[in-house]
Design a protein around this ligand. Structure first.
Ligand code: NAD
Length: 240
């Protein structure tokens, strides 16, 4: 039986890049995403995949997605907690609504907890692994991004705590992407040149790292965070 990856937010962007990459490597792919139209078009593109329209912040919805995935493919070998409200920008802190704060934390952080909780029995059986999609914004910020930064910082802490609790059967790691252009934004030469690696990121840059972390080649690696940002966070920047 083929190995199976469950990818939240797998219908678009980085999640879809992961879905295409794992499918290309021969894995079964299950997409759990809140956007039904995007799920339908992703499942057309990702060979042999299945999906459930899912809100990762809702425990019943999560339980049902995990049941559908295990029912369809009979196993779960990797979970990629990628679903997120990806825009970091919000209102200034003194105007930030509790509703906005709670939704960002619920989707970006609680969603990873709920999905991991319900996948544990399946992952344990196959010595599987969890990959949490954090962000370089877990450790550095622009103005007015408190809820997003806190959700991603929480994911880094969740990653090491879960790695200690769930080992040795299950490994848990996180990826912190930098700027990954999955939305087809126009980019300028300067956008690319500012990166020590010489370019803005692509979905495949993250998918290939996720694939490595899910593979047996990475069996000694757990509780870690991997930055994939073209070198932006190691660049020292002082204003003139
Ligand atoms: N693109 C980047 O530059 C970048 C950088 C750092 C981190 N990230 C993180 O990577 C992940 C993917 O980002 P992206 O740029 O591909 O974003 P995206 O908006 O293209 O994709 C996010 C996907 O998550 C889904 N989603 C949103 N809320 C959901 C919910 N409640 N339940 C289930 N699915 C839900 C969306 O429908 C969408 O398909 C996010 O966690 C984001 O924070 C992205």
């Amino acid at each position: 039986m083929q190995e199976c990856v469950l990818i939240t937010g797998g219908a678009q962007g980085i999640g879809l890049a992961c879905a295409l990459y794992f499918a290309e490597k021969g894995w079964s792919v299950f997409i759990a995403d809140i956007n039904e139209n995007a799920c339908i078009s992703a499942s057309d593109r990702v060979r042999g995949s299945a999906f459930a329209v899912t809100d990762v912040a809702d425990e019943d919805s999560v339980r049902s997605a995990v049941e559908k995935c295990s029912g369809r493919f009979g196993r779960i070998d990797a979970l990629i907690n990628n679903a997120g409200i990806a825009s970091p920008y919000a209102a200034p802190l003194d105007k930030l609504s509790l509703e906005h704060w709670n939704r960002i934390i619920s989707v970006n952080l609680t969603g990873a907890f709920l999905m991991t909780k319900h996948c544990v029995p399946f992952l344990r059986k196959n010595c599987g692994s969890v990959i949490n999609m954090a962000s370089t914004r877990a450790l550095q910020s622009e103005k007015n991004s408190e809820s997003y930064a806190a959700s991603k910082g929480g994911l880094l802490a969740f990653t090491h705590a879960a790695a200690v609790s769930l080992g040795p059967e299950i490994r848990v790691n996180s990826i912190s992407p930098g700027w990954i252009n999955v939305s087809g934004w126009d980019t300028t030469e300067a956008d690319h040149a500012q990166h020590p690696a010489g370019r803005v990121g692509k979905g495949e840059d993250i998918a290939s790292l996720a694939y490595y972390l899910a593979s047996k080649e990475a069996e000694f690696i757990t509780g870690q965070n991997f930055t994939a940002d073209g070198g932006m966070t190691v660049k020292m920047i002082y204003e003139d």
